[in-house]
Design a protein around this ligand. Structure first.
Ligand SMILES: C[S@@+](CC[C@H](N)C(=O)[O-])C[C@H]1O[C@@H](n2cnc3c(N)ncnc32)[C@H](O)[C@@H]1O
Length: 242
């Protein structure tokens, strides 16, 4: 997907993960790919004892400053720290992992419960409109080689089973992406690789116009834009409680 979304979009997704995993006071949580700590903050707000890892040192520093009561470290989700946790969460990280199966196996070895989230398919996410708007200036997309992506629910379930996760179940969460106005809608796209590529070819004015035209269907009477995107939460049983 071409954008990671406006600030705070993940709150409904985080709440669903925490609800489904019954995270409460004292629950130990390993947060794989913790980023700047938004999910970590939501977990700690429920009383979780949280450890987060991410390969990006700047993100880890921000997470540590934002959620001082949690423990954060630079690390790779393919090889997380040893130990046993009530819950291992991988929120919006699997799609970035070189080997999602290795990540899921590592999660299953460390978590009594494992919770993984992914984007839905392109057809289920309004943000596909950004890519569609920029398509005239991008290389034609080839069908991806290899197995289906983890955004394919059947593929995600298959990987979970291969990783040894017991009784995997999928839930769906729709997260509205709110942009307060046209500038807020367009500006983040200009910072992406495909946005910069399109601007180099057509100039910022033409790109902005194309995005606003494509997104007209999401415009609200107050000038804001709301794009609805579906996400999946896979929950499965990992290791035995210790
Ligand atoms: C889309 S962000 C999600 C951040 C956070 N989980 C959230 O939901 O707010 C993906 C994060 O995964 C991290 N990441 C990607 N591949 C990784 C890897 N192999 N090991 C550790 N972190 C990784 C990135 O640095 C980034 O912070």
């Amino acid at each position: 997907m071409p954008t990671d979304g406006p600030r705070g979009w993940g709150a409904p997704l985080h709440a669903r993960v925490l609800d489904d995993a019954r995270v409460g006071p004292g629950t130990t949580v390993l947060d794989l790919g913790c980023g700047t700590g938004e999910f970590a903050a939501a977990a700690v707000a429920r009383g979780a004892v949280l450890t987060g890892i991410d390969r990006d040192p700047a993100a880890v520093a921000t997470a540590a400053a934002t959620v001082p009561s949690a423990t954060f470290a630079v690390g790779d989700v393919h090889d997380p720290p040893p130990g046993r946790f009530d819950v291992v969460a991988a929120v919006q990280v699997l799609i970035h992992a070189a080997n999602p199966l290795v990540v899921l196996r590592a999660a299953a070895a460390r978590g009594v419960l494992v919770s993984v989230t992914t984007w839905g398919t392109e057809a289920e996410c309004d943000v596909r409109a950004f890519g569609e708007a920029l398509a005239p200036w991008l290389q034609p997309r080839r069908p991806p080689a290899g197995p289906p992506p983890v955004t394919d629910p059947d593929r995600l379930l298959q990987l979970a089973r291969l990783a040894g996760l017991g009784e995997p179940v999928l839930a769906e969460v729709v997260c509205p992406f709110h942009y307060q106005d046209a500038d807020a809608l367009v500006a983040p796209l200009f910072e992406t690789g495909i946005g910069r590529h399109a601007i180099n070819r057509a100039g910022p004015g033409a790109v902005r116009e194309a995005v606003l035209q494509r997104c007209a269907e999401f415009a609200q009477p107050d000038g804001s834009y709301v794009l609805h995107n579906r996400f999946r939460v896979l929950t499965g049983r990992g290791c035995r409680p210790g």
